[in-house]
Design a protein around this ligand. Structure first.
Ligand SMILES: C[S@@+](CC[C@H](N)C(=O)[O-])C[C@H]1O[C@@H](n2cnc3c(N)ncnc32)[C@H](O)[C@@H]1O
Length: 208
């Protein structure tokens, strides 16, 4: 597919535009959401979300994954989103052990002790994939798992981001390419990309 405005080497996303874009969508986000529980289950299984783990939810939006974390009895969730209106809705849903921070994830120092980091339906809004992966590696303990996932296939995803969202998105990388980027820090064991989902996941090999 030819999507000239979705060149993934283009890095001209202004974070203020990202905030404005998602703040505007926030009030209708949960109403418009199409939630496929089977896909989310598969993604969270791959992400190794199980009882007792500490999770970093990157770009949590309105907190769509929160009930799943609770169900899986995780020990802690730090959920971060840059858009205040998204984060506000997430914060209203959050109960311990879930905490919400309204920040640019890349402006926060990694703590090096999380077990799992999940970027769900959000990766194309980060203009520098390698920079983000490096920054997320800094949050995980050695052996901790990073999972970048979408509940739609790459073609649908790029179509989805070709309209108004083109201003605040870059083209999604093919899964093998993203796996190659992760490979600098992670042992990648999952790179799935089909018509209806996209999952790249691996465990942290060394500290950066
Ligand atoms: C498509 S939404 C997905 C939200 C949520 N994960 C979901 O599946 O409903 C993308 C989210 O990424 C957030 N975001 C974009 N850039 C970010 C950044 N640098 N730091 C934190 N959040 C960011 C946006 O504010 C937005 O809420």
């Amino acid at each position: 597919m030819n999507l000239p405005c979705l060149d993934h080497h283009h890095t001209g996303i202004d974070k203020r535009d990202v905030v404005a874009f998602f703040d505007e969508l926030a009030p209708g986000w949960d109403r418009d959401l199409i939630m496929d529980r089977d896909k989310i289950k598969l993604i969270l299984d791959t992400a190794d979300i199980h009882p007792g783990v500490r999770v970093l939810d990157v770009a949590c939006g309105t907190g769509v994954l929160f009930p799943f974390y609770v169900h899986r009895q995780v020990r802690e969730v730090l959920a971060v989103d840059i858009a205040p209106e998204m984060a506000k809705i997430a914060a209203a849903k959050a109960r311990p052990p879930i905490r919400v921070l309204c920040r640019d994830i890349q402006a926060l120092p990694g703590t090096g002790d999380y077990d799992c980091c999940v970027v769900y339906n959000a990766f194309p809004h980060f203009p520098d994939p390698a920079g983000l992966v490096r920054d997320l590696a800094a949050w995980l303990r050695p052996g901790g798992r990073l999972t970048i996932a979408h509940s739609m296939g790459i073609e649908q995803l790029n179509r989805h981001h070709s309209g108004r969202a083109a201003q605040v998105s870059v083209g999604m990388l093919p899964a093998e390419e993203l796996a190659g980027i992760l490979g600098k820090w992670f042992q990648v064991d999952t790179a799935v990309s089909d018509r209806e989902k996209y999952i790249v996941s691996g465990t942290l090999q060394k500290k950066n």
